[in-house]
Design a protein around this ligand. Structure first.
Ligand code: SF4
Length: 393
């Protein structure tokens, strides 16, 4: 539903409400989920995205020189004040006979002040452990933490789950978690596009436990309406399941799993202290595909720096070409980046790549790998970039 309430244009969809405001010097835009939480905004030449955890990422500049930063607390407050006031003004301009859902969402958006947003982020932290990372095609997924943490936690480049032990939720724990997530999101659930089972490597959960968890999920949520199930899986654990297991998981609603192959070079995988081998990942992908499960395979650009660059390219091409990838699958190129928030181990891993690759050299590495890929099945996977600095949830 699109409604004009000058100077505002209101667009209420099944997932969100967008308010546009014409100002003499710019058009300001803010989108909210149906519970009134700020989701995205455009103002002052920058685009903003707010995660449920309260963090906001700002991006500005032309595509080739795009800049980004995490908003500091003062700027976060300022933006939330601006967008809640915009919603309040749009509410005041609304004709009295307007749709009641539109009015309710606007009221909630107007009430989403910095204080309300801080309380909401606090509630989020009661329901979820920190969500380390998702594949870019699942940034608006409904995450269910079927497990917490990573069963390995050894990889030198990864700092996402270092602070928590691995724990698989029992069916009653998972049921409580789902109830808490639904109650927290309220109407905001409508923004969520897919169901992603967290945390790292949730697909590594042994079949009896995983199937019991899936039963719980189906009891509480309409899995097909939410776009099906997705999860990460490492190649080593992926090989522990049979193709019949994967067929059963597809039957239960799984659509695709994401595998951090990182590199096709076994030596580089050793250096990164990643469990398993590229050969195990290749066998796992074959079984998954045989069972009807699509895959997303992630290559870590710049891993091993200049010392490993040639082998990384050549052996990653060989590994990807050994996988029966088709149009249901995705190959992601993710650049090894140093993040300010990472613990010393992650920062050291970055620096210990002796001579790290520049961002341009990483892109060249992606180009070289892409050039070497040969897909014989008649259809090709999607090939895309994955920048972990863009992630918020
Ligand atoms: S990269 Fe994956 S397997 Fe390695 S520590 Fe991180 S989450 Fe665990």
């Amino acid at each position: 539903m699109i409604l004009s309430a000058p100077p505002f244009l209101l667009n209420l969809k099944s997932a969100c409400l967008t308010i546009s405001q014409e100002l003499p010097q710019e058009t300001r835009v803010a989108s909210f989920d149906l519970a009134g939480r700020l989701w995205t905004a455009m103002s002052g030449g920058a685009a903003f995205r707010r995660g449920l955890d309260g963090k906001i990422i700002a991006k500005w500049g032309a595509a080739e020189i795009r800049q980004r930063r995490s908003l500091p607390p003062d700027d976060t407050q300022q933006l939330l004040l601006e967008t809640s006031q915009m919603a309040a003004s749009a509410l005041a301009a609304l004709p009295p006979s307007s749709d009641s859902l539109l009015r309710q969402v606007l009221e909630a958006a107007a009430a989403f002040t910095p204080e309300r947003a801080a309380a909401d982020a606090g509630q989020f932290r009661q329901v979820y452990s920190p969500i380390g990372i998702l594949p870019p095609d699942h940034y608006t997924a409904l995450v269910l933490q079927a497990a917490s943490g990573c069963p390995f936690n050894t990889c030198t480049f990864c700092s996402f789950y270092k602070s928590r032990p691995f724990h698989v939720k029992t069916p009653p724990e998972l049921a409580d978690h789902i109830r808490a997530v639904k109650s927290y999101l309220g109407r905001g659930l409508s923004l969520r596009r897919t169901l992603f089972l967290g945390d790292a490597n949730a697909l590594s959960i042994p079949m009896p436990q995983l199937m019991a968890q899936l039963e719980v999920i189906h009891r509480h949520l309409d899995v097909p309406a939410l776009g099906g199930l997705y999860a990460f899986c490492d190649g080593f654990s992926g090989e522990q399941k049979s193709y019949q297991d994967y067929a059963a998981l597809v039957q239960a609603g799984f659509q695709r799993t994401y595998i951090g192959l990182e590199s096709g070079s076994p030596d580089l995988i050793n250096l990164l202290q990643k469990p398993g081998t590229p050969q195990e990942a290749i066998r796992a992908v074959r079984r998954m595909k045989e069972g009807g499960l699509a895959v997303g395979v992630i290559i870590l650009l710049g891993a091993g720096g200049q010392a490993y660059s040639r082998r990384h390219v050549a052996e990653s091409i060989a590994a990807l070409n050994a996988m029966p990838l088709d149009q249901d699958d995705i190959v992601y190129f993710s650049e090894l980046v140093e993040t300010e928030e990472g613990p010393p181990t992650a920062r050291n891993a970055f620096k210990s790549s002796l001579r790290p690759l520049s961002p341009d050299a990483c892109q060249e590495q992606a180009h070289q790998i892409e050039e070497g890929l040969v897909f014989t099945g008649g259809s090709t996977p999607h090939i895309s970039r994955y920048d972990i600095r863009d992630f918020i949830y």
